[in-house]
Ligand binder design. Structure first.
Ligand code: CDT
Length: 278
């Protein structure tokens, strides 16, 4: 079994500092440890507000949302705490490379504090133009390049872990490519606005398509799936919650109740996936 936790985050507002946010992550890391977890999944772009909702032209204004190194002094306390506790984690953040390239990125960190895997988001949703009539923007296509690392599986302590980010979870090939590499667990973070700016989508569908994607793909690929939301109302812009852990049976075995910081945790029996694969 693997002690698997999802640390859902409530809103991160524009005015919140990295120090505030890292403090919240550390709190949840400690709670997960106290509940027997070994690995914690944090959301996509966990360190900042979901900034692709804002049109920005000034590079300096934009740069403050990106990490130029990982770890870095502002995030180091999270790495220190996880090593002290002997926990692994998955974390999503905006990456600015030394060459000036921008990616929507996630990392896997093992119990010893080593970054054992990196993923750069492939399915970037949204647009790159300024949609003046929309209630907010979804500028992932402006602020990020398409990821160049592929979908890969990493040995994290004793578990085969595959990574993806948010919109990737809606596409069958994401999980299939990972399960063909013998993934046992697929981890992901997401920021899903409750309103779809493209069409008048009933709000309940935002959650039901999220859950259907995770449950069907967990079952069809015989993997555990752990999905962490950033949710609630960030400066008035609402995003869905419903962070879940799904077994390879397709069943939801833990689900967040709130739209706030909340840890959900299970003992994931990895043999269930093995049985299905066989
Ligand atoms: N962050 C992210 O990928 N969100 C998308 C919203 C798409 S609507 C333009 C999602 O699939 O949840």
């Amino acid at each position: 079994t693997l002690g698997l936790a999802v640390a859902q985050m409530g809103p991160v507002n524009l005015a919140d500092t990295r120090e505030d946010v890292v403090g919240r992550l550390i709190e949840m890391l400690r709670e997960a440890k106290s509940r027997g977890s070994e690995v914690v999944v944090f959301p996509e772009l966990a360190l900042t507000t979901f900034f692709p909702r804002y049109w920005m032209e000034d590079e300096e204004e934009l740069d403050r949302f990106y990490e130029k190194a990982m770890p870095n002094p502002r995030v180091q306390p999270l790495f220190d705490e996880e090593r002290k506790l002997g926990m692994g984690f998955y974390l999503g953040y905006a990456e600015l490379t030394p060459e000036g390239r921008r990616f929507n990125t996630s990392i896997l960190v093992d119990k010893a504090g080593n970054i054992v895997g990196k993923y750069r988001k492939i399915h970037l949703p949204g647009h790159s133009d300024h949609k003046l009539e929309a209630p907010f923007q979804h500028l992932e296509k402006k602020y990020f390049e398409v990821g160049d690392l592929g979908f890969r599986v990493f040995d994290m302590d004793d578990t085969r872990v595959g990574m993806c980010l948010c919109n990737d979870r809606r596409w069958p090939e994401t999980y299939r490519v990972l399960s063909l590499q013998s993934a046992e667990v697929v981890v992901l973070g997401y920021n899903t606005p409750s309103i779809n700016i493209y069409w008048n989508e009933p709000i309940h569908l935002r959650t039901s398509t999220h859950l259907i994607s995770l449950q069907a793909n967990a079952y069809q690929n015989a993997v555990w799936v752990a999905a962490a939301a950033k949710c609630g109302s960030e400066d008035g812009f609402h995003m869905i919650g419903s962070s879940v852990i799904v077994a390879p049976t397709g069943e939801i075995v833990a689900r967040a109740l709130s739209e706030e910081d909340e840890v959900i945790a299970v003992k994931a029996d990895l043999r269930i996936g093995e049985n299905f694969r066989e």
